[in-house]
Ligand binder design. Structure first.
Ligand code: XUL
Length: 577
């Protein structure tokens, strides 16, 4: 038996999931038992580590466009997680490999002393105490003697002499960090830097073709540029910029870890085709950036072994540390999407569609993203803001509950007799609609049942139309998220996409994906060829018997309606922007 650990460092929590695999049986026959989940645990940053003062995982900020988190909180959570895991009674001596998933786009800024601190971690002291300690003779931390004490949150008071720096950019007390805080994916404060990078790269389309996405405020390149512009001294003191993923892997390996293409593609800095840094994009972002970034390695790379700190403090073996990736690439594996043609649609507060792509095709409309996939392929991802939010607004406006919502859907004909809606209750990401407002065509706003059908049909047609850029012939959809329990909504999805829809119950899909990636990388490192079908088989699979098949007559109706919807959407956007 072998244990594989997947960790997920997300915005609000750190989750761990261990799978047990009968590697001998698994290597010899296809009928061997699939991997089984034997441990799952979550640590909430706000409630379990309240001394960092986060709300929903981020530090309070007066500027609503700023979203930063304390990176030492993530490190402390890791330490706590191992303590919980080893006291669970599992035979941790069987731990063979560890990988991880992390919120994408977040960045961690480390000083020149970080490599020494990481390599010299003593098992007798908690991790975070050592990361925070100031070694003697450290001269790359100005005013270090005046630093706030351990009991001050990183986002707290400015140290003396740093009056001009924004509060959330206070020079850190920690020798390891050259910046106390990490900007994360919820930050939208870099519009100016997005414009500058876009101009330097010759326009949004060119940047998207090169890196997989046009410039987005939350992407790491614009965030790095903002830091370099606002705090040149802090930038000069930065020796290594890690993503959350490679920072966490570095803590486990006790050395600077490389980055995988899945997470590196969320930076506006990686050349999508070469899977290496784009010198042009680096030049457009900040000086000396090439020297400060980790190397990019394939996702299945072993980046080291568990550092002596973890082995000795927790009685763990020298398990392999596998490159971490972003949460979306990990979710691709965790939802069993390992061939082109399978996609996932997550129906949550917002709706997200993602799937594997063999080729790096890029969205010319600039709303979709292309990331590296853990399989060595690519993945496309498109996010629709007015998802569950819009369904709920319609439900509430007409005084319905979810059963009533379903009844309304069943009571109305496919195509809604021509009644259409553009449900932009909030500014929409896909398509890009900055000024919100719901638009209706041949539809009375007071007609409850037809508005229910209109919102669902609109969302499914938008999902289908705005995923065409992926160039994927979709045959199977794994539907996840709260609204995936509603089979009436899933029937519309099947009919609009002309694809079979299967319900997928995800809990911790990113974390499961990370554990499965550890399993795959471990086998590969041993020279065993382990097909991805075998990795996900029996564990990352849809609910048995949940398949909903498209109905021919409805597919034909939606084929025509989708074209009409696309045309009217253009007109509606013109009126909104
Ligand atoms: C993807 C994105 C989010 C974060 C969430 O572009 O910003 O999905 O990865 O953790």
């Amino acid at each position: 038996m072998a244990l594989y650990l997947g960790l997920d460092s997300s915005t609000q929590s750190l989750t761990a999931l261990l799978i047990e695999v009968d590697v001998v049986e698994r290597g010899s026959s296809q009928s061997s038992p699939p991997p089984a989940v034997v441990f799952e645990h979550s640590i909430s940053f706000d409630t379990d580590l309240p001394h960092y003062g986060t709300r929903n995982g981020t530090l309070p900020s007066e500027d609503p466009s700023v979203a930063v988190s304390p990176p030492l909180m993530w490190a402390e959570a890791l330490d706590r997680m191992f303590a919980v895991m080893v006291s669970s009674g599992l035979n941790v001596a069987e731990l063979a490999a560890i990988s991880g998933s992390a919120q994408q786009h977040g960045s961690v800024y480390l000083s020149a002393s970080a490599a020494g601190v990481l390599a010299g971690l003593a098992p007798s002291e908690p991790l975070v105490t050592q990361l925070r300690a100031v070694p003697m003779g450290d001269d790359d931390m100005p005013g270090v003697d005046d630093m706030p004490g351990d009991d001050v949150t990183p986002g707290g008071d400015d140290p003396p002499g740093d009056e001009d720096r924004p509060a959330d950019e206070a020079r850190p007390a920690e020798s390891l960090l050259s910046r106390a805080v990490s900007p994360i994916w919820m930050d939208s404060s870099t519009s100016e830097e997005c414009r500058e990078i876009t101009a330097a790269l010759g326009g949004a389309d060119r940047l998207a073709q090169l890196t997989g996405s046009r410039a987005f405020e939350r992407f790491t390149g614009p965030q790095i540029r903002k830091f370099y512009k606002q705090d040149p001294r802090g930038w000069a003191a930065t020796h290594r910029v890690h993503m959350v993923s490679s920072f966490m892997a570095s803590l486990l390996a006790g050395a600077h870890a490389p980055l995988d293409p899945g997470d590196a593609s969320g930076m506006n800095l990686m050349d999508l085709r070469s899977r290496d840094w784009s010198p042009e994009a680096l030049d457009a972002t900040a000086p000396d950036l090439a020297a400060k970034l980790p190397a990019i390695v394939p996702s299945s790379s072993i980046v080291g072994e568990l550092a002596p700190y973890w082995q000795q403090r927790f009685g763990l073996p020298a398990a392999r540390v596998v490159a971490w990736s972003g949460d979306n690439p990990c979710s691709l594996v965790g939802t069993g999407l390992i061939r082109e043609g399978q996609i996932a649609v997550s129906l949550g507060t917002s709706d997200t569609l993602f799937g594997l792509m063999r080729e790096p095709r890029v969205d010319r409309t600039g709303t979709g993203h292309v990331f590296g996939a853990p399989t060595g392929d690519y993945m496309g991802l498109t996010c629709f803001l007015n998802g569950g939010l819009a369904r709920q607004r319609i439900r509430d406006e007409h005084g319905l509950d979810w059963d009533g919502f379903s009844e309304a859907l069943r009571a109305t004909p496919t195509g809604n007799d021509g009644g259409l809606m553009f449900p932009w209750f909030e500014p929409e990401i896909t398509p890009d609609v900055r000024t919100p407002g719901v638009r209706r065509v041949d539809l009375d706003a007071g007609d409850a049942t037809r508005n229910v059908r209109a919102v669902v049909e609109a969302q499914m047609m938008a999902l289908a139309n705005h995923s065409r850029w992926m160039g994927v012939d979709i045959d199977v959809i794994h539907a996840t998220g709260g609204a995936a329990v509603n089979t009436d909504i899933l029937q519309v999805m099947a009919d609009v996409f002309d694809a079979e829809v299967r319900r997928f119950e995800v809990s911790n899909s990113a974390c499961l994906g990370a554990a499965l990636r550890a399993y795959h990388a471990d086998a590969t490192a041993d020279g065993r060829e382990l097909p991805w079908e075998e990795v996900v088989g029996g564990i990352a699979e849809p609910v048995p018997g949940s398949a909903i098949v498209p109905r021919r007559a409805n597919v034909e109706i939606y084929g025509r309606l989708r074209r009409r919807y696309a045309k009217l959407e253009h007109l509606a956007i013109d009126k909104r922007t």
